[in-house]
Design a protein around this ligand. Structure first.
Ligand SMILES: Nc1ncnc2c1ncn2[C@@H]1O[C@H](COP(=O)(O)OP(=O)(O)O)[C@@H](O)[C@H]1O
Ligand SMILES: [Mg+2]
Length: 427
């Protein structure tokens, strides 16, 4: 069948890479794709958020299945639009995606379904929010209600920081006519992990547990980013613990969404803090995580077309999903200045050379191909992934791959996966 992948990051390249291995894949299209996807798929210059044109394209090219990478098309209702036109699409409806697109809604829903999460309150009045943070124990965490491209969460160590965050999110002064809600919640400490599960709306199938690295710099310092690297699975999380977490964190929410909004079809990805008192859910995402997916696709043995089709048709129960026993690591190479401003169009060297390191596959994110060469075209440029029989080997091979790649202003973290091997290194 012809397949359309919506998005342009490392996640989408990893999905395209996996789909391209399926004997069932006829022609792949990536909209808009990147410098890596164009080797395996045809890049189509339609933005991920341009739903009308994506729909027109899918009809025209007889697309048998569409897979949505990023959050914004889901929030805009791409799944509703495709379904209404009778086109199979992997992802949740606008309503079901609310578990990600509104943090206030997600917190309330977690309360209903008894999912462990940090204590919180939601505010639409800036005055009341300010009064609340004045009395809240520190650190305090302040979150924009809606999608904010990773820039809507402030972990505040002082009252001043909290007031500045509120000012940014709500403005000052009196109640606004169209209020921006914020969630203010307690700070929790521990190791942060990512759960991912396929869902067909009725049941779920959990993927290996992974760990993203959101902060820009080593030792989890610097600003939050879209993800600087990931590893999977986490060696010290026992299968029983994983099963318990899925039962407590994924299944009740899927049941609730099905009862109260829309059955959730797609990938549910809760961000979880493993604390001394057990797992605490920080948020739910209604899609694949970016660096995590680059690891997960390296470990998935089953045909991804079969899985997505089973999810779309409510047949996950009849689909066995197999994962490799190996470990995977992904280290993101970013442009200097990311996550703020950075230069594009810088030539990249050594990608093919890096892929000759055993176990290494390089996924593209912000790249474009010019003739036979690659140039940077984004903040996160490449995801260098590697698989190995242990997490140590996977990480070592990924860094060996990186040593062969260079571009002016290349930056990356040197400690990807260290906390997945040594959880006592929390910071
Ligand atoms: N209650 C909390 N306690 C400690 N850290 C938190 C808390 N909530 C969020 N964080 C940190 O902030 C990051 C971003 O928060 P998250 O809720 O995942 O929002 P988003 O991914 O939409 O920006 C998390 O990955 C986590 O590191
Ligand atoms: Mg998050």
């Amino acid at each position: 069948m012809n397949i359309l992948i919506v998005g342009s990051g490392g996640r989408e390249h990893a999905l395209v890479w996996k789909l391209a291995q399926s004997p069932r894949a006829k022609k792949l299209f990536a909209a808009p794709g990147n410098g890596g996807t164009c080797a395996l798929a045809e890049n189509i210059p339609i933005a991920a958020t341009d739903i009308a044109n994506l729909l027109r394209f899918a009809k025209e090219k007889n697309i048998g299945m569409t897979i949505v990478g990023p959050d914004d098309p889901l929030a805009l209702g791409i799944v509703d639009a495709f379904r209404a036109a009778g086109l199979p699409i992997f992802g949740p409806t606008k309503l079901a995606a609310r578990i990600e697109t509104s943090k206030a809604f997600a917190k309330m829903f977690m309360g209903f379904y008894d999912v462990p999460t940090a204590p919180y309150r939601t505010f639409i009045d800036p005055e009341e929010a300010r009064a609340f943070v004045q009395a809240h124990p520190l650190p305090v965490v302040i979150k924009a209600d809606g999608l904010a491209r990773g820039k809507g969460v402030f972990v505040c160590k002082t009252r001043e920081d909290a007031l500045i965050a509120l000012e940014k999110l709500m403005g000052s002064g009196a109640k606004k006519t169209s209020p921006s809600a914020v969630v203010i919640e307690g700070w929790v400490q521990g190791s942060e992990i990512s759960l991912h599960a396929f869902s067909d709306g009725k049941m779920s199938s959990a993927m290996p547990i992974s760990m993203d690295h959101k902060r820009l710099l080593d030792l989890n310092r610097g600003p939050n980013t879209g993800g600087m690297g990931a590893v999977a699975p986490i060696p010290w999380i026992l299968p029983e613990t994983a099963a318990r977490m899925n039962a407590r964190i994924i299944d009740p929410i899927l049941r609730g969404l099905s009862l109260e909004l829309d059955p959730f079809v797609g990938c549910l990805y809760p961000g979880v803090m493993l604390t001394e008192n057990g797992p605490i859910v920080l948020e739910y995402n209604a899609r694949f995580g970016d660096p995590e997916t680059q690891c997960l696709m390296r470990l998935l043995k089953t045909d991804l077309i079969d899985i997505c089709e089973a999810c779309i048709h409510g047949e996950l129960q009849n689909t066995a999903i197999a994962w490799s026993n190996a470990y995977a690591a992904c280290v993101v190479l970013a442009s200097v200045g990311y996550p703020d401003t950075y230069k594009n169009d810088v030539p990249i060297k050594g990608i093919a050379h890096a892929e000759r390191v055993p176990g290494v596959t390089v996924f593209h994110a912000g790249t474009k191909r010019i003739g036979g060469r690659f140039h940077t075209a984004g903040g996160r440029v490449l995801g260098v992934t590697a698989v190995g029989d242990s997490l140590e080997i996977a990480i070592q091979q990924a860094y060996k791959g990186i040593s062969r790649i260079s571009f002016p202003g290349m930056q990356y973290r040197r400690d990807i996966g260290f906390r997945a091997i040594y959880p006592e290194l929390t910071s």
